[in-house]
Design a protein around this ligand. Structure first.
Ligand code: ATP
Length: 510
């Protein structure tokens, strides 16, 4: 059965293709699993998200500077970082459907269902009791909530150590005892759980000169760690300071069935903040707050996000929180904020034999800095923006329109210039306006089809403004400017277009 959210997700995917946002990679060869290409509108939107992130991190923070490290790194980097030994996911196959799953995700989904049951119980009671509802008291006394909380605790008491210690038999036992069935075949006929390393590897150099194994980086962070002293010294930075980077990362994901949510080649926007040991809790809280504010500054409402504290920590982390977004398939991680201690710099210092210490003039001491990082997937952010913005509206006259209520700052095209008809000198006037505006904004000129259809096409890609040139434009040098969201039109002098548009496409600094 197709639920509404599944239906909605399919519509988003179809829309992305129809309007040149995202194409399946190598589509004419039937595609390559979990790899995608960004089309003409997709690349603009992706660039705009990246630019806004970069501005918010590097330009708005005097003590954060940028870096662009290579994708290939010395193979020892990945030994030191722990990725060779520990960047694994536990996989399990269903023998009937032949579908492959992450064992931890099957268990996490089961836990999420129990959470949902509790939330539903609370919502029902809140409705029943109205203003006098005391949620804490209700949760402490309601037997069904209590029973589900107990189940969650019992599962976590086994699940967390099983993940931390790589106890694959225990994960299988949990899946069997919880009677988790394959969503496709419905059966519980599972294979054993096996560890699977997510790094892609290839050979560098030709076989004759002794090629060596290199990895495609699974995260951008390590490029920052190994360059930290170069940047600190040449940038003459005092702690605390940050290094920001955007770049491709590669993971041989086991399950890749959620469009651009989980890709094998994707882009990360990461920032590592180097601090004095002992200050990590303060900076962890600061960056959690700062990153949430960044998301909200794009006009996406607070209720679409939630913070999820990690019980089960990655091999490098002391504390970690996920910022989760309400995707069409539920709340899922969009960004991680991690307190990484001196794990990475300490490990690189040990394996490389090079000192990575910082001399702190304020306390006259040398130490290996601690790190708090923020790590967001550019593609996941893209999916979040699109899936929140895309709406199907029924207009007053009963007709339908697809509109993307995207933040004007992110819109792929800022202004569409549209002569009302393709004659009487209107196209020439339109071109004249377009040729002036194109130096300020990404604009589109369109004269084909009825004006209503052209408006619809622009609505569907999120263009905040349509400029229409009519006969009056030739008489008094004015145009109508149409706003995407309200569809209201206003007549303004042509020399005011740029300032009106500029005002709306700015995002207020955090
Ligand atoms: P998940 O638990 O979903 O696999 P993760 O915890 O492994 O994600 P991190 O290693 O913290 O992810 O990576 C930071 C960010 O990079 C994530 O929040 C996500 O936005 C993005 N990301 C990670 N893996 C992928 C992927 N396969 N495809 C797209 N984006 C990804």
């Amino acid at each position: 059965m197709i639920t509404n959210s599944e239906d909605r997700f399919k519509k988003i995917i179809a829309h992305c293709k129809e309007y040149g946002f995202i194409f399946q990679s190598s589509e004419i060869y039937d595609g390559l699993s979990a790899v995608y290409d960004y089309g003409q509108n997709g690349v603009e939107l992706k660039n705009n998200i990246r630019d806004y992130w970069w501005k918010s991190m590097v330009q708005y923070h005097e003590n954060i500077i940028g870096l662009d490290a290579a994708i290939f790194m010395h193979p020892d980097v990945w030994k030191a970082s722990g990725h060779v030994d520990a960047f694994n996911d536990p996989l399990i196959d269903n023998k009937d459907s032949k579908k492959r799953y992450r064992a931890d995700v099957l268990i996490e989904d089961h836990l999420a269902k129990l959470d949902e049951k509790i939330a539903k119980e609370v919502a029902r009671a809140a409705e029943r009791f109205g203003d006098s509802f005391d949620e804490q008291m209700f949760c402490q006394t309601n037997p069904r909530v209590q029973a589900n909380r107990k189940k969650i605790e019992e599962i976590n008491a086994r699940f967390v150590p099983a993940m931390e210690q790589g106890l694959l038999g225990e994960l299988k036992a949990l899946i069997e005892e919880l009677e988790i069935a394959c969503p496709v075949s419905g059966s519980r006929n599972w294979t054993d759980v096996r560890q699977f390393n997510l790094m892609f590897s290839t050979q560098m150099g030709s076989a004759s000169d002794g090629a060596s194994l290199v990895y495609l980086r699974p995260e951008t962070a390590q490029g920052i760690f190994v360059n930290y002293l170069n940047v600190q010294k040449t940038g003459r930075k005092k702690l605390p300071f940050g290094i920001a980077q955007v770049g491709k990362a590669f993971r041989n994901e086991i399950v890749a069935r959620q469009f651009i949510f989980r890709m094998r080649e994707f882009e990360q926007m990461e920032m590592q903040y180097f601090i004095r040991p002992g200050q990590e809790n303060e900076w962890f809280d600061y960056w959690k707050d700062m990153r949430m504010r960044w998301h909200l500054s794009l006009g996406i409402p607070q209720e679409m996000f939630r913070m999820h504290e990690h019980d089960k920590l990655a091999h490098y982390a002391k504390a970690a929180v996920d910022i989760e977004f309400m995707f069409p398939f539920g709340f899922k991680e969009i960004e991680g904020v991690h307190s990484r201690t001196d794990y990475d710099l300490g490990a690189h210092q040990k394996v490389s034999g090079k000192k990575l210490q910082y001399f702190d003039p304020d306390i006259n001491e040398s130490y290996v800095p601690y790190v708090v990082e923020t790590s967001i997937g550019l593609d996941r952010m893209f999916l979040a923006v699109i899936s929140h913005a895309l709406k199907e509206e029924t207009l007053e006259d009963g007709s339908q329109r697809m509109v993307m209520n995207i933040s004007p700052a992110l819109a792929p095209v800022k202004v569409a210039v549209l002569p009302l008809v393709k004659k009487d000198g209107l196209p020439e006037k339109g071109r004249e306006i377009f040729d002036k505006l194109k130096y300020d904004f990404h604009c589109q000129y369109e004269e084909k089809d009825a004006i209503g259809r052209r408006y619809r096409r622009q609505d569907a890609i999120g263009t905040p403004y349509c400029i229409t040139i009519d006969h009056e434009s030739l008489e008094n040098d004015t145009v109508t400017i149409r706003k995407r969201d309200t569809m209201q039109q206003e007549r303004i002098p042509t020399d005011k277009i740029a300032s009106v548009v500029r005002k709306r496409i700015e995002i207020k600094p955090l």
